[in-house]
Design a protein around this ligand. Structure first.
Ligand SMILES: Cc1cc2nc3c(=O)[nH]c(=O)nc-3n(C[C@H](O)[C@H](O)[C@H](O)COP(=O)(O)OP(=O)(O)OC[C@H]3O[C@@H](n4cnc5c(N)ncnc54)[C@H](O)[C@@H]3O)c2cc1C
Length: 455
C-alpha cells in the first residue's frame, strides 16, 4: 500500500453535478438545468452520448408499447430524436415497422426502433445541453468522494491539468457503472446476484458500401431459415462457418442493423465473455479480443453474405460495450416478475415495454421475453440506500440483473435520467434530499415535460 495525500486548489460548486454523459447523464443534466438548477456535467471522453457515440451502439430500441401502437417514451428522448431527424441524423420510430433492416430483421420486440447517426448525436445532444445552460466539462474522470457522514461533501475528479473537487447540492451518478455510488458507500452487486453471471460484452463496428437491396432480398429468400420469431439472421451461414472454422465466435446469429444512411450498417455481433467492465485490465483484454473478432466477422460478411461483398470497414467503437456491470441497491429493487407482470408502481417515473434480453455468458444463446403492454420504473429505484444526496440514472438503478436486461436500453435510460434530473432540481429548490422528495411534485414536473405516465 502506498499513502498518497494532496491538497486540491481547483474547487467549484453547483446545485446539481451529473457524472457521466451517456443517455442517463444527458437527460439528467437537461432536466436539472431546465428545472432551474445550476448544473455541471462531467464526462471522461470528448463527447456526450455514452454507448451511443463512444460505443457505436444502436439503434435506440423501441420507445413504443408492446402493441406497437402508442409511443410511451416521450419527453427529452422524443425531443432529441426529432432534433436528430431534423438534422438528417435519425428516422423517427413512428416510421419504422417490424422486421426491418433497422432492427436486424427481428420479428418481435423490435418494432419502432430509432436508427440514428452517432456523429449527429454528438452535436445535437451537446447543443441541447449548452442551450439549457449546462456547464459541460469533458476529459474529466470521476475518481472518488469525500464523505460527510452519509452525504457526499465533494467529489474528486481528475481533469487533464490535475485533481479538482466539486461540491454540489445533489449528485447524479450516470457513469453506467455506479462508480460514484460504490465510493459513496451504497451497496451494489455485480451481475446476477445468485450466481455472479455477467452478460457478455460486444465491440461494435460499422461498415459502409453495402448493397442493401441485395441484403434485403437475400434475407427475404431465406426467412424460413431464421426459424423463430426473435433472432436468427444468417444463423444458417454461421452453422456452416463453424464447420469450416471460419466462425469461432460464441454467437449463433448476426446483429446486423442498417443505420439511417442507406448502405451503412452497424454490427452488434462480437461476443467477449467473463469480463468485469469495472476493471481496466479486463476492458483492455476485451477490446483487443473484440478487435480480433471484428476482423473475423468482417471477412465472413464479405465472403458469405450477398450484398456485403464490397463492404468497407468504417470504424470499430473506441470503447467496448459492457451490457452489465454494477447494480445499486436502492429503496426499491425492480424484479423480473415486475417486468413480466407489467407492474406499474405508485411512484412511476417512466413506462417501458422493452423485452427481457439475457445474453448467456457461456454460450451463443440467451433468453428473450417480450412484454404485451408496459411496466413502470419506480422513483424509489433511483434513490440509493446509505447516501442522502445522491441519485442514480441510467442502467445501474436498483434492479435485479434479469430485470435490468429489459430496460438497460437507451430510450429507457433517457427516461430514467429525465426523472433523476427533475428530482435533483426539485430537491435543491425545496432544500430536501431524494428520499424525502414528495412524489406528486416530481410527477407534475415530468408531466409538464411531456413524459407519458399512463392513461
Ligand atoms: C453491447 C451492447 C449492445 C447494446 N445494444 C443496444 C441497442 O441496440 N439499443 C439500445 O437502445 N441500447 C442498447 N444497449 C444498452 C445501452 O447502450 C446502455 O445500457 C446505455 O447506454 C446505458 O446508458 P447509461 O447512461 O447508463 O450509461 P453509458 O451509456 O455507459 O454512459 C456512461 C457515460 O459515463 C461516462 N463515464 C463513465 N465513468 C466515468 C467516470 N469515472 N468519470 C466521468 N465519466 C464517466 C462514460 O464515458 C459514458 O459517456 C446495448 C449495450 C451494450 C453494451
Amino acid at each position: 500500500m502506498v499513502e498518497f495525500r494532496t491538497g486540491i486548489e481547483d474547487v467549484s460548486t453547483c446545485d446539481v453535478l451529473v457524472i457521466g454523459g451517456g443517455p442517463g447523464g444527458i437527460a439528467s443534466a437537461l432536466a436539472a438545468a431546465r428545472n432551474g438548477a445550476k448544473t455541471v456535467l462531467i464526462e471522461r471522453e470528448g463527447c456526450v452520448g455514452g454507448m451511443a457515440t463512444i460505443g457505436l451502439v444502436g439503434p435506440f430500441m423501441t420507445s413504443f408499447d408492446g402493441s406497437g401502437k402508442v409511443q410511451i417514451i416521450r419527453g427529452i428522448f422524443d425531443e432529441l430524436v426529432r432534433r436528430l431527424e431534423k438534422a438528417g441524423g435519425a428516422i423517427h420510430p413512428s416510421k419504422i415497422g417490424k422486421a426491418t433492416p433497422y432492427a436486424a430483421f427481428i420479428r418481435k420486440g423490435h418494432e419502432h426502433v430509432t436508427p440514428f447517426d452517432s456523429e449527429t448525436l454528438k452535436i445535437v445532444a451537446e447543443d441541447m445541453l449548452l442551450e439549457a445552460g449546462v456547464q459541460l466539462i469533458y476529459y474529466t474522470d470521476f475518481v472518488d468522494t469525500i464523505m460527510d457522514g452519509d452525504s457526499i461533501d465533494y467529489v474528486v475528479v481528475a481533469k487533464r491539468q490535475g485533481a479538482a473537487a466539486i461540491k454540489a447540492g445533489i449528485y447524479i451518478d450516470a457513469t453506467g457503472d455506479a462508480s460514484v455510488a460504490v465510493k459513496a458507500g451504497v451497496p451494489t452487486s455485480k451481475g446476477r446476484e445468485e450466481d455472479g453471471h455477467i452478460q457478455p460484452a460486444t465491440l461494435f463496428f460499422r461498415v459502409c458500401n453495402v448493397d442493401s437491396e441485395r441484403v434485403y432480398a437475400y434475407v427475404e429468400e431465406n426467412k424460413d431459415l431464421m426459424g423463430q420469431p426473435f433472432f436468427g439472421v444468417f444463423s444458417w451461414l454461421i452453422k456452416e462457418g463453424r464447420k469450416t472454422g471460419e466462425w469461432t465466435i460464441a454467437r449463433d446469429e448476426m446483429g446486423t442493423y442498417e443505420t439511417c444512411s442507406k448502405g451503412e450498417w452497424k454490427l452488434n455481433t462480437t461476443r467477449i465473455q467473463n469480463i468485469d467492465g469495472t476493471r481496466s485490465e479486463d476492458l483492455t483484454k476485451a477490446t483487443i479480443d473484440g478487435r480480433k473478432q471484428v476482423q473475423e466477422v468482417y471477412a465472413f460478411l464479405r465472403k458469405h453474405v450477398p450484398g456485403f461483398e464490397n463492404a468497407k470497414l468504417m470504424d470499430t467503437a473506441s470503447v467496448v460495450g459492457c451490457r452489465e456491470t454494477r447494480h445499486i441497491k436502492g429503496l426499491y429493487t425492480i424484479t423480473k416478475e415486475d417486468v413480466i407482470n407489467s407492474v406499474v408502481p405508485e411512484d412511476v417515473i417512466l413506462l417501458c415495454s422493452n423485452s427481457i434480453d439475457i445474453h448467456d455468458a457461456k454460450t451463443g444463446a440467451g433468453e428473450y421475453i417480450t412484454v404485451d403492454k408496459w411496466y413502470g420504473i419506480p422513483y424509489r429505484s433511483l434513490v440509493p440506500q446509505n447516501c442522502r444526496n445522491l441519485l442514480v440514472a441510467g442502467k445501474t438503478i436498483s434492479a435485479t440483473s434479469d430485470a435490468v436486461s429489459a430496460f438497460r436500453v437507451m430510450p429507457c435510460c433517457y427516461g430514467i435520467g429525465e426523472a433523476a434530473g427533475a428530482a435533483a432540481a426539485l430537491c435543491v429548490q425545496e432544500s430536501t434530499v431524494p428520499a424525502r422528495l414528495e412524489y406528486g411534485k416530481l410527477r407534475d414536473a415530468l408531466l409538464n415535460e411531456n413524459v407519458f405516465l399512463g392513461d
